[in-house]
Design a binder for this molecule. Structure first.
Ligand code: ZN
Ligand code: FE
Length: 256
């Protein structure tokens, strides 16, 4: 067990650049901007030792150029996406040894939002980019609904206590949609109050956890009779399996 902490460095409107650090060193995930990272490192007197990237969208990679200009460090990212400055190209089964933090992360392939999207996990934490959000999931830009479904399902097979570090603060608006899908879900009503309180206190709503998401996130609840029913009511075509439930909920959210 290492003694690292994770801190949300804010970027743009609603991005988080998750920063895994100990007393002396830091590793950052998806730096869409550089200046917030420089400010954080300076204020905490931390030395940057690596960059991890989940996918190629500009709000996740935009800061890399300026950061590697100042720091001679490895940049890890998905093998099948074109991202300038990547030094280590990763696929599922690879692992990343972060010696300065005394930790190792494993790589999972989770395509759907983008074609080569990856996640980083250890026994305790999941860094999943734009694939899973609290109470929601990423839009399917480059993949298909069945592919995104399999990626999300893979994440739900992690232990319930796994902390999930998503890259956007979308939780409250996702809850509004989830409550439309499942108006009677009491866990969801309770969660909305907790999230409102955190945001009012200028705290991140994240991390969430796999166990919590299973009780509130409509994209993980494709087996719940009420979610199936809501998806069927909404969908034009008959729904006969969990992938079709997932796809109908995703299409509904796209137009919400
Ligand atoms: Zn994205
Ligand atoms: Fe994003």
């Amino acid at each position: 067990m290492n003694n690292t902490q994770v801190y949300p460095v804010k970027a743009f409107q609603d991005n988080y650049i998750w920063t895994i650090h100990n007393e002396t060193h830091a590793v950052i995930v998806d730096p869409g901007e550089s200046q917030p990272v420089f400010d954080f490192l300076k204020s905490r007197e931390l030395s940057l030792s690596a960059i991890l990237v989940t996918h190629h969208h500009p709000d996740h990679i935009g800061g890399i150029h300026d950061i590697v200009d100042r720091h001679d460090i490895p940049v890890y990212g998905p093998k099948t996406e074109t991202i300038p400055a990547i030094t280590h190209k990763l696929v599922e089964g690879d692992s990343v040894s972060l010696d300065a933090l005394d930790m190792t992360l494993k790589v999972l392939d989770i395509p759907g939002h983008t074609a080569g999207h990856i996640a980083y996990i250890d026994n305790q934490r999941l860094f999943c980019g734009d694939t899973l959000f609290s109470c929601g999931c990423g839009r399917i830009f480059e993949g298909s609904p069945p592919q995104m479904f399999r990626s999300i399902k893979k994440l739900t097979e992690l232990s319930d206590s796994t902390e999930i570090y998503c890259t956007h603060e979308y939780t409250l608006s996702n809850i509004k949609f989830a409550r439309t899908v499942e108006p009677d879900n009491q866990d969801l009503a309770n969660y909305e109050k907790i999230v409102e309180q955190k945001l009012a206190n200028k705290q991140a709503s994240l991390p969430t956890s796999i166990g919590l998401e299973k009780s509130i996130n409509p994209f993980l609840r494709y087996n719940e009779p009420k979610v199936v029913q809501a998806a069927q009511t909404r969908s034009q075509t008959p729904i006969s399996n969990e992938i079709e439930v997932f796809a109908a909920i995703r299409a509904w959210k796209d137009n919400f």
